[in-house]
Design a protein around this ligand. Structure first.
Ligand code: HEC
Ligand code: HEC
Length: 222
């Protein structure tokens, strides 16, 4: 499926891009205040406190990594985000994340609001109403994704999203958006991260579909 050499090389590049902005998301926040903001801003209409799903393509936030939630909301807040080189590195990483509803929902949030919302959702238990049929064995190629995303409840990174137990339609949409060229019209969801090229290189659509279904069938993280 993937040539090992290429994969290791891409992984080290991807990680160096990824680790660059680590100091942007300090994991602090007040979950109680976050709950109030979620209620006042209508977040519960789509991302319920119990993690119950309200529609296809709406992600679970409950139990997700706090650092990742901060990043995701910051991306929506700014739409396009450029990390400039730090610590002597000269490259830039451009991240795009736009969605007609989320861009509006996050547009008026302050940095403290974002931290508090993330602290709230990260500390709630996820509670999916019904999981897709469990796929017992991880499909070939999943071991690469596991380096960053872990398996069920085992993601070792503070800012990498859990995929386990996530809504399958949401995962499928995100992979499609992340793989599309940045210049392409993407409808409701527009997402770009240089890491994506390394994440999905060498995988066919069928491979990815199997991996996504596998992740969606795992227990949610908390
Ligand atoms: C009308 C429904 C709706 C409302 C209201 C809403 N969201 Fe969302 N949210 C979505 C959808 C749909 C997505 C997936 C967007 C995409 O495709 O990129 C999403 C994505 C997210 C994500 C990214 C999750 C991930 O795994 O990357 C976060 C974080 C989030 N929402 C937080 C919030 C917060 C906080 C609020 C309230 C301020 C809110 N949302 C209000 C529908 C909604
Ligand atoms: C080098 C680390 C790394 C590897 C390996 C990796 N990913 Fe990712 N992945 C990330 C990061 C970082 C993000 C968040 C990107 C962003 O928000 O812009 C992400 C985001 C995602 C998302 C969106 C999650 C969400 O909640 O919105 C999906 C789906 C995904 N990856 C699937 C995969 C699959 C499938 C594989 C294996 C084929 C894989 N990734 C391999 C680092 C990685």
């Amino acid at each position: 499926m993937l040539r090992r050499l290429g994969r290791n090389f891409l992984f080290s590049i991807a990680l160096s891009f990824f680790l660059l902005p680590a100091n942007e998301a300090v994991a602090i926040g007040d979950p109680e205040r976050g709950e109030g903001i979620a209620r006042d801003h209508g977040c519960f209409e789509c991302h319920t406190p119990s993690g119950e799903l309200v529609g296809d393509g709406v992600p679970y936030l409950t139990g997700q990594k706090q650092g990742y939630l901060i990043r995701a909301m910051t991306y929506f807040r700014y739409g396009e985000y450029v990390y400039r080189g730090e610590r002597g590195q000269s490259h830039e990483q451009v991240v795009v994340r736009q969605h007609w509803h989320m861009s509006e929902a996050a547009g008026s949030l302050s940095i403290q609001d974002i931290r508090d919302l993330a602290a709230y959702y990260a500390t709630q238990s996820c509670n999916p109403p019904s999981l897709p049929e469990a796929t017992a064995v991880a499909p070939t190629g999943t071991e690469f994704c596991e380096i960053c995303h872990g398996g069920a409840r085992s993601n070792p990174w503070s800012e990498m999203p859990y995929l386990s137990g996530q809504d399958v339609d949401y995962l499928r949409m995100q992979v499609g958006a992340l793989m599309a060229p940045v210049s392409e019209e993407q409808g409701d969801t527009s997402r770009h991260n240089r890491l994506a090229e390394a994440m999905f290189r060498g995988y066919s659509e069928d491979d990815l579909e199997e991996i996504i279904r596998y992740y969606a069938s795992l227990p949610c993280p908390r």
